[in-house]
Write a protein that binds this ligand. Sequence first.
Ligand code: BGC
Length: 882
Amino acid sequence: MSPLVPYDLRCEHLATPRGLNTSAPRFSWALRGTGVERRQTAYRLCVTQSSGAPLWDSGKVTSPRTQMIDYAGPVLPKDAILSWTVTVWDENDTVSAAAEPATIFTGLAAGDWQAQWIARYFVLPAGREVPADNPYDNRWQARPADYLRRDFSARAEPVRALLYVTALGLYEAYLNGQRIGQDVMAPGWTDYHRRVDYQVHEVTDLVRSGGNVLGAIIGEGWYCGRVGHNQRRAGNHYGGRPAFLCQLHLTHADGSLEIITTDEHWQTRQGPICYSDFLMGEMVDARLDITGWDTAPGPLPGWQPVEVFVPDPAAPQLDAARMQPAREVARLPATFSHRTANGAAIFDLGQNIAGYVELSVSAKAGDRFTLRHAEMLDAAGEAYTANLRHAVATDIFVTRGGGRETFKPRFTFHGFRFVEVTLPEAMSPDDIGLVGIAIQSDTPLCGEIETGHAQTNQLLSNIFWSQRDNFLSVPTDCPQRDERYGWTADAQVFWKTAGYTMDVSAFLSKWMLDIEDGQSPDGAFPDVAPTKPLNPYRLTPQPGAPGWGDAPVIMAWEHWLRYADKGLLERYWPALEAWAAHIERANPDRLRRQAVYNNYGDWLSVGPASDRTLVATAYWVRVADLMVNIAGVLGHAGRAAHYTALGQTVRQAFAKAFLDADGHLSGDTQTAYLLALDFDILDAPASARAATRLVELIEAAGGHLQTGFLGVRHLLPVLTTIGRDDLAVAMLLKDTYPSWGFSIRHGATTIWERWDGWTPDNGFQSTNMNSFNHYAYGSVGEWIWSRLAGIDTTSTAPGYEAIRLAPLFDERIGMVRARYQSHRGSVASHWQFIEGTVHWTIDVPANCIAHVALPAGWRRRHDHADGWTLGSGEQSYDLERI
Ligand code: BGC
């Protein structure tokens, strides 16, 4: 048998951490091995300095552990690049080769920062009227991007150069004319009054002995541009102008360190980016190009000195980025569709994305191209932008002339599938090149899934794209209108689905901090995180409604099940307890009527509305139960007992208040029964009646769902639990209103916010709130993965150490082929019908086990088993109906 192979090395959930915020980072790896029942019996982890000198050698440790192993070597050096690898021993004590080494940038500590924030001098607006006498004036008073630069002389060619860099706003950094890194929308969104993430890039090859030029372009972004929908305070949520900070560390051959920082020696001026704003768009006038700004030795004439900037109300803490940066992740060629009534050209990407377009043209100096972005076309074939509310989502490019030119915005993004291009007269759509570029936080893709059913495949694609389009630094509700907040309920209902598609471990590790930063002193978690722009005039963040404020408890538990990351539970336990206490204090009679804030209920459901107190109280039971689980993991027995007792009394209060003598729940809605059943709130006889009533309600609705954001997640899982897989599949496949299939039949390429976002009878829903790219209803993805493909976690051995394989076989679906890259290794399930029987192939990673549970009515052909446990490896089974 060949040795095991350790691969997919991760430190603090990242392939390459760019800076650490801990002195004891945690190491993990996945395993691969041929044959069956492969196990790791020991490992040896080695961390090496860039000089090649060993830093820490764990020695051979007898242990099957592959996840979250604490660093236990000498104090980690700062400002270092380390390399680490691991070797493992298998069940026969055969040793593996060392894994492909991974890199860690250790980053800087708070005391290592010498750089000062710099910004362009603040110029007060001239008057009340918006001026219009220079190229930087615009209706929205959105700022031009600032160019910043300084030249410096390096003592010698360094042996290593590291650039530590960030902005209050957005930045792109340049060294000797080269853009540094490929991140977009850096440094990402945090509560800038508390913290900002920095990035670190190795730039050794770019620095030369003697003269060098370091530069940056900065824009408004989340810091001072428009964010959210509050028109009384549309922008400037954290400050009035963007600022930049960087520190370049040059290590010389003699061991000395030379540091170049942002300080008063920098110069600034404006360039071709006349303005750029997330919601308004970006305008570039290429005639204002300042070519050479990032290479010419300086100081340069016409440039002003910068101002050393003192952030208000205090300098933010500088954190190493905890998650993957945002990047351009896909390019989609746009095809010309048609001309509109006024002659503009409509281009179609064929896919709703978040990002921007790259335009290439040859035109004369001063020609103007206006690009309007839209998710949909109206009946006349015009770009439909009414649902963008105050987002103007328009980019403008003015050409310099004299050859092929390319425009791509830097500091804005839009949610769109269609682009309306107003071309200069006499130009035809064939004269331009247009490519859509999708951006997202670069969370690694980890799931591949395909079924034998076209509509289900399109649904999976729509879920994938809505996730991609909304995972930009934080999980947002939508990428197009004047909103784009990290709404907590949207994320929690979707979190299990999200984890199958992309590795969201680092992403959540960062967002939990944003949520905690938004927690009120009295323990309330916020409705959105980061919180500031939602309610700019509140002194404390807007507290979370039931299902919204509960999100961190739910997501922390989901994170535990998927990644077995106890550190995150430990880190946030006090915050979770403060939230639980907040609910408990306000509701002594154990019905959740107080501290419900904007109590949104089962948001955007169709049909009869659910009782909001019932929904809130059901969620309270869930919170109490999850707190029992988390307390159990952390060994807080007393607290577990407390939440167990609380769960009991809230259950009693729930049954007393909402259950009538016929076994009906108040409001009598699908969601009421779904929550009662999935959260296991009622006793067995009442649950049985609830199950019957749920099915009656679905049948009365013609087999249609009537659920909103909170209810929908539980629909198919509950039908499976109550033995109605047949009905679950029927609802999945439905394409009449309201259903997932309905939007697909009408051309959806992402998940719509509303079941009736567009209908043949009524056209578009209200312009007030109608996104076509909101992932909440995509929460059905978890059922497709965990039940249809049958790949799920277990709470007894989380993180896929023990996998639950419980597929369901349905001839309407025909086949499912799914592969999921867990942190421990690759898990697969592939079933297909062959003449009434099922052939099922599974793959379990080395060092893991799987518990198989066949769906009711099925058994293994050769021995009639319907459930068994197995070790690692690939196995195939023939299954038959009983
Ligand atoms: C957002 C939702 C959010 C909701 C709260 C909407 O404006 O788009 O996704 O959860 O508000 O009610």
